[in-house]
Design a protein around this ligand. Structure first.
Ligand code: JD8
Length: 278
């Protein structure tokens, strides 16, 4: 899979892309990730990519002309020197890509986007190529939403400073589903978000830590009992923390206890449990 990222903070991606699994996939040639500096397509000597909003108001808005030039260059695998300033003169009309159907899926990370889910990650993982657009400031000129983006995606209902962190989240969720990326074998954990239950708790050695022992069933050697225990814990965790995942039928029938639900009632507890349960 080929990934192109457009951002004003290209160096920000060095860390996320060099982690062992992504780094190895890139080294193996399974992933080809190219991070581009949007400022390479700025035309003034200050390399500015933003300006004051029409109609007034606080903050700055990212310029459509720079985004259009940069996106077209990336779509065509062209250097900034060749393409800078062309869109403004109408030499490489964005509409031609839309009409010709040659435009790769171009994902604008934005709070108004389609929520990123495991299903959307799987859909995007089936593409040969993705272009990710990371905005900053108050946002991007609406014409970039209209003319450049094929998709708008949000990683959750909270406000970030810009699209970079969101793009990194999308890259991890999508690339781990790409065949050949190490560790992409279908995992039971993935089923959490398709089959509708959270994963059971994991334990490893040592058998006792600060007086806390591993549940006996896990050391019993009874594989049937281990399986039943894990299924029960999965369902219990899901009822308590994410009853929404169980959907109408399973959720209402099982009936999460009020004590279970109390743990995730917005009390602000770190992991969804009350302090006395930890
Ligand atoms: C892109 C600028 C900053 C600051 C409006 C949009 C995604 N799930 C998500 N939360 N936030 C973003 C996100 C935020 C961004 C930009 C993505 C570009 N901002 C905010 C205040 C007012 N802008 C996101 N995906």
């Amino acid at each position: 899979m080929r990934l192109d990222v457009l951002t004003i903070f290209p160096g920000w991606f060095d860390g996320p892309l060099s982690t062992s699994l992504l780094g190895r996939a890139i080294a193996d040639g399974v992933l080809d990730v190219r991070v581009h500096d949007l400022r390479d397509w700025a035309t003034d000597r200050h390399r500015s990519v933003d300006d004051a909003p029409y109609g007034g108001g606080a903050g700055m808005v990212m310029r459509a002309d720079v985004w259009i030039d940069a996106s077209e260059a990336v779509w065509n695998d062209l250097d900034a020197e060749v393409t800078r300033g062309r869109a403004g003169r109408g030499q490489v009309p964005t509409e031609a890509f839309a009409a010709g159907g040659t435009r790769p899926r171009t994902v604008l990370l934005t709070p108004r986007g389609r929520p990123l889910t495991q299903a959307l990650a799987a859909e995007l993982a089936a593409e040969d190529r993705l272009v990710l657009l990371c905005g900053r400031y108050e946002g991007i000129d609406e014409r970039v939403h209209d003319l450049v983006a094929t998709d708008e995606v949000s990683v959750g209902d909270y406000v970030l400073f810009g699209g970079e962190v969101a793009a990194a989240v999308l890259i991890e969720a999508v690339t781990r589903l790409v065949p050949g990326v190490v560790g992409n074998e279908a995992s039971p954990a993935d089923e959490s978000f398709t089959s509708g239950v959270l994963e059971y708790p994991h334990y490893t050695r040592p058998a006792e830590v600060r007086g806390h022992r591993v549940p006996d069933v896990l050391t019993s050697g009874d594989h049937g009992a281990v399986g039943r225990w894990r299924d029960e814990r999965s369902l219990e965790l899901t009822r308590a923390r994410r009853p929404d995942l169980l959907g109408g039928v399973a959720g209402t029938g099982a009936g999460a206890s009020s004590a279970e639900v109390e743990g995730l009632d917005g009390s602000g507890e770190r992991d969804g449990r009350r302090a006395e349960d930890r």
